[in-house]
Design a protein around this ligand. Structure first.
Ligand code: GDP
Length: 405
């Protein structure tokens, strides 16, 4: 049986308090997935997602851009969510179009006020999350304290799947608790060396795996059966149960690392693929037509419905970023803007990568692409098949088009 290609798509957002390391994590993801060949450094202004000079000046991410990259046979569409509280509407819209998120925390500061507000927004949208405790190399970094602050202030059930190896400057790797394997990054190396758990950490790792197993078994009836039958849960059962708990929002997997030192980002990508949902695993999109609620499945054969979530004026033209929820959208298609009640024509469809745009003939349900040729669509516009109107978001105040050099 052919598996649905949508199962290998992850529409991912990275949520963080300003300065927690969102840009650095994004950079590392793009670097590790081969999207960029040179490591961008935040401080020298070469980062790929920070297009806007104003943004570079202020050191914050002002607008959402979506970049596609590949990891372990999956396509990850990375949707950049504004971290600054002034852009709450944009955060809301980006939360709408993504299916899962990584929340980045600072291992010294733990939960900060802004992480709380973005976390609550993600709660409202029912976005499954993984927590990444970054900056483990900093003086004063403390995973347990960061996890305690996550538990106390954000109230999820934290499922800590790693034990750090070394502290602060000596943070060199992690023990992967589901598999009980050590991942160690040598200085300057991009890839981790995998090996047995160091002798000095064996007891502590076993204790923490037990804590994880108990937390999982308590909340997951399937895992509980195996837990009762055996001494420990197998790595496969534990991973499957962690995936279910993440997708239902009953638990938040916690990982740690140092994006700056390129430590811990590969396991983070593996966790995105393993635990976060594909477009097929999330509820069908809901919209309205003539006052009645309608639902559309993430099915390429269903009538097309897509939400525009960002419009950028670029040298390539007016680039409208779309989340396609159902159906198929093709180059040259005439589509219906359910807000303005006018037709528009799709010119080119582009897969946006960090370093180039790949032209596509079509995009299907679940995908995130940019299109060229739309004249009036703005962030928040619904585009749909002319014969099957559906409004995904009520027409609101037009947001200005962002000019990108
Ligand atoms: P953003 O505001 O969340 O996008 O955060 P940035 O990625 O711009 O990072 C903020 C600052 O923290 C920058 O100076 C980064 O170089 C630094 N930084 C990011 N990740 C790490 C890390 O893992 N360890 C340390 N020590 N610094 C980091």
């Amino acid at each position: 049986m052919r598996t649905n290609p949508l199962t290998t798509v992850r529409n991912l957002g990275i949520l963080a308090h300003v300065d927690a390391g969102k840009t650095t994590v994004t950079e590392r993801i793009l670097y590790l997935t081969g999207t960029t060949h040179k490591r961008g450094e935040v401080h020298d202004g070469t980062t790929v997602t920070d297009f806007d000079p104003q943004e570079r000046d202020r050191g914050i991410t002002i607008f959402a851009a979506a970049v596609s990259c590949a990891w372990a046979g999956h396509r990850i569409n990375l949707i950049d969510t504004p971290g600054h509280v002034d852009f709450a509407d944009e955060v809301e819209r980006s939360l709408r179009v993504l299916d899962g998120a990584v929340a980045v925390f600072d291992a010294v500061a733990g939960v900060e006020p802004q992480s709380e507000s973005v976390w609550r927004q993600a709660d409202r949208h029912g976005v499954p999350r993984i927590a990444f405790v970054n900056k483990m190399d900093r003086a004063g970094a403390d995973l347990d304290a960061a996890v305690a602050s996550i538990r106390e202030r954000l109230h999820p059930v934290p499922l800590v799947v790693q034990l750090p190896i070394g502290t602060e400057d000596g943070f060199t790797g992690v023990v992967d608790l589901p598999r009980m394997r050590a991942l160690v990054w040598a200085d300057g190396a991009d890839a981790a060396e995998e090996g047995p758990v160091p002798g000095t950490l064996r007891e502590e790792a076993a204790r923490r795996r037990r804590v994880l197993e108990e937390a999982v078994a308590e909340r997951h009836p399937g895992a509980l059966e195996e837990f009762c039958d055996r001494e420990t849960l197998t790595a496969a059962t534990l991973t499957g149960a962690l995936r279910d708990l993440t997708r239902t929002g009953d638990g938040v997997v916690v990982l740690c690392g140092s994006a700056y030192r390129n430590r811990g980002v590969e396991p983070l990508l593996d966790a995105v693929v393993a635990y976060l949902p594909s477009p097929l695993d999330v509820p069908p999109v809901r919209g309205t037509h003539d006052g009645a609620e309608r639902e559309r499945p993430a099915d390429p054969a269903a009538p097309m419905a897509a939400l525009a979530f960002k419009v950028n004026a670029t040298p390539t033209g007016r680039l409208t970023y779309l989340r396609v929820y159902s159906g198929t959208i093709g180059k040259g298609d005439t589509v219906w803007d359910a807000g303005t009640r006018r037709t528009e024509r799709i010119g080119r469809i582009l897969r946006v990568r960090a370093d180039r745009h790949d032209p596509l003939e079509r995009a299907v349900a679940g995908d995130i692409v940019a299109v060229v040729g739309l004249k009036t669509a703005r962030a928040g516009s619904t585009l749909c098949a002319p014969g099957a109107p559906l409004l995904l978001e009520p027409p609101g105040v037009a947001e200005p088009v962002v000019h990108v050099a």
